[in-house]
Design a protein. Structure first.
Length: 156
């Protein structure tokens, strides 16, 4: 007899497959018909674009919520079983927050020239700079770890 949690997860998975396939079929096979006006220009979009975007945002939000809930639940159970190891497991999150803080302070809030003119929202300019610099640092660290691991394996 399979566990109830496995059966529920299978039913949820298949239900999500059905909904996703139905929305994608509606999006791809319904044709065009929705007009959108932006900056004085009119564009023709496929029908059910808003439904597809809503589905993507909904699934993304559901995934983030389930991931956060599972992480908190796992940390809570680890905290009860072995408090020292549970606190040590937070070191990765703490280092990530420190990295984001450092890259946020390093980011520029100087305006950027776009197709619509000068973009001067300092908060979003610093956030985008923070995210770009964090990705660059993490990518460089990953490449360094791969090379260092290969070299260490060669000599051991």
């Amino acid at each position: 007899m399979t566990k109830l949690s496995y059966r529920i997860s299978y039913y949820v998975l298949y239900a999500l497959f059905v909904v996703i396939v139905a929305v994608l079929a509606m999006f791809y096979f319904s044709g065009f018909g929705q007009t959108v006006s932006m900056n004085g220009e009119t564009f023709v979009c496929p029908a059910y674009t808003d439904l597809l975007l809503g589905l993507v945002y909904g699934v993304l939000g559901l995934c983030v919520a389930v991931t956060l809930f599972a992480a908190v639940a796992q940390f809570g159970s680890a905290l009860i079983a072995n408090p020292v190891e549970a606190v040590k497991s937070l070191s990765g999150i703490i280092l990530l927050v420190i990295l984001l803080g450092i890259t946020y302070s390093m980011s520029s809030d100087a305006g950027v020239l776009t197709g619509d003119g000068l973009y001067t929202d300092a908060f979003w300019l610093k956030i985008s700079g923070m995210l770009l610099q964090s990705v660059y640092f993490l990518l460089g660290f990953t490449i360094f770890a791969i090379i260092a691991g290969s070299v260490k394996k060669m000599f051991s």
